[in-house]
Design a protein around this ligand. Structure first.
Ligand code: ADP
Length: 380
């Protein structure tokens, strides 16, 4: 009996032990399956994130203005964004097919030397491209970024020309002032009678110098925009400026009339709008001979304030018309100088008009006269 109980207990213990092991095994299996499922989910999430990243990168690269090309270690193209074709005309399959040649050399150099390299080349009609090649991996993969630098080069040329022209314009009066000052110093002992003549020359050139510097300062201020803080009554500006020119016009024998039809308001800078009117009226008087006339008129038309300055002066040859708004461009250099011109007045006018969201145009007939028209958006 005792043996039977013992046996039964042993069997029971064995069965219970086996059952526990089986349960643990089943638990382990279930745990492994759950871990696998979690792993699979993590993997899926990671793939989704990578796909999202890839799509985002594609979006960024395809909306870039620059062409972006990736070359692998063997020189094959493995990626090119959509702008590439626009710049190069075609997407090369490998570095051997890359043109212009300078760009190919830059990529080869970056791959071989593991250092960035770049090149600029003219392609087509005055279009300039710059390619910057950067090694992206030690195996020799290279990323090439291609950008259109035509406008940047044009602006750089304009800046260079401007500095050269401005220096030249300033050099002449500066040299004359120096010469006149030296002559006065010597003449004050040798021949005092010539002193007034050279003193007058010195004064004249000093005034010219300060006019050029003043215009240059206005221009540089206007290049950073006008402060459009006020509603400006253009008719009042016109009246103020008109008064200022009554005397010079009378001295030049030019008949000046100013007509402002009602109050015409624009959003803008009173100071800059006065500068605009001053430059146009000053030009009209300076380029009109005695007996001629200058008419300044202001009117409202289709939501715009329209200012016209017409004269019966020397006129501008048709071929020069498109260039008169350029800095330092003059049709008749001698006349401009004699009458105190700096070659910057119309450039100032153009900047003020652009800063106020308007437009300016010019009509002229040689020997008969010129008419400038400025249109500015009216306030309210
Ligand atoms: P400037 O100081 O020489 O007058 P602007 O920039 O004001 O320079 O004008 C550029 C050139 O345009 C002048 O040199 C002149 O040849 C021409 N011009 C401007 N306004 C007139 C005008 N009303 N009549 C004839 N020529 C003009």
């Amino acid at each position: 009996m005792e043996l039977g109980i013992a046996l039964a207990l042993i069997v029971a213990a064995f069965v219970l032990g086996w059952l526990g092991a089986a349960r643990r095994e089943r638990g382990r299996a279930a745990g492994a399956a759950a871990a696998q499922a979690a792993l699979a989910q993590q993997l899926n999430e990671r793939i989704d994130r990578l796909e999202e990243d890839r799509q985002r990168m594609d979006l960024v690269l395809s909306s870039m203005l620059e062409g972006v090309i990736l070359f692998d270690a063997t020189g094959q193209v493995t990626y090119a964004n959509s702008a590439t074709e626009g710049h190069l005309g075609t997407v090369p399959r490998s570095v051997e097919g890359l043109l212009p040649l300078g760009m190919r050399s830059a990529v080869e150099h970056a791959a071989a030397e593991r250092t960035p390299a770049s090149s600029e080349a003219e392609v087509g009609a005055s279009r300039w491209l710059r390619g910057s090649a950067v090694p992206v991996h030690a195996d020799g993969s290279v990323l090439l970024v291609v950008r259109d630098v035509t406008e940047a080069r044009r602006l750089e040329a304009v800046r260079r020309d401007f500095v050269a022209n401005a220096s030249h314009e300033l050099k002449t009066p500066a040299a004359t002032i120096q010469a006149a000052a030296e002559t006065i110093r010597r003449a004050s002992t040798d021949d005092p009678s010539v002193v007034p003549r050279f003193a007058a020359q010195l004064e004249g050139e000093a005034i010219r110098l300060s006019r050029i510097v003043g215009d240059l300062l206005d221009l540089s201020r206007l290049e950073s925009g006008s402060e459009l803080e006020d509603v400006v009554a253009l008719d009042a500006v016109l009246r103020d400026e008109g008064e200022r020119f009554e005397e010079p016009a009378a001295e030049a024998g030019v008949h000046l009339t100013i007509t402002a039809n009602g109050p015409t308001r624009v959003h803008g800078s009173a100071r800059d709008l006065a500068l605009l009117v001053r430059n146009l009226v000053d030009n009209a008087i300076r380029y009109t001979s005695a007996g001629g006339s200058v008419d300044v008129a202001l009117a409202a038309d289709a939501g715009e304030a329209v200012l016209t300055v017409s004269d019966t002066g020397v006129g501008i040859p048709t071929r020069d018309l498109p260039r008169v708004f350029e800095r330092f461009y003059r049709v008749d250099r001698a006349r401009s100088r004699e009458t105190g011109g700096t070659g910057l007045g119309l450039s100032i006018v153009r900047h003020v008009v652009e800063n106020h969201g308007g437009r300016v145009s010019v009509d002229s007939e040689l020997g008969r006269g010129t008419r400038f028209e400025v249109r500015l958006p009216a306030a309210g």
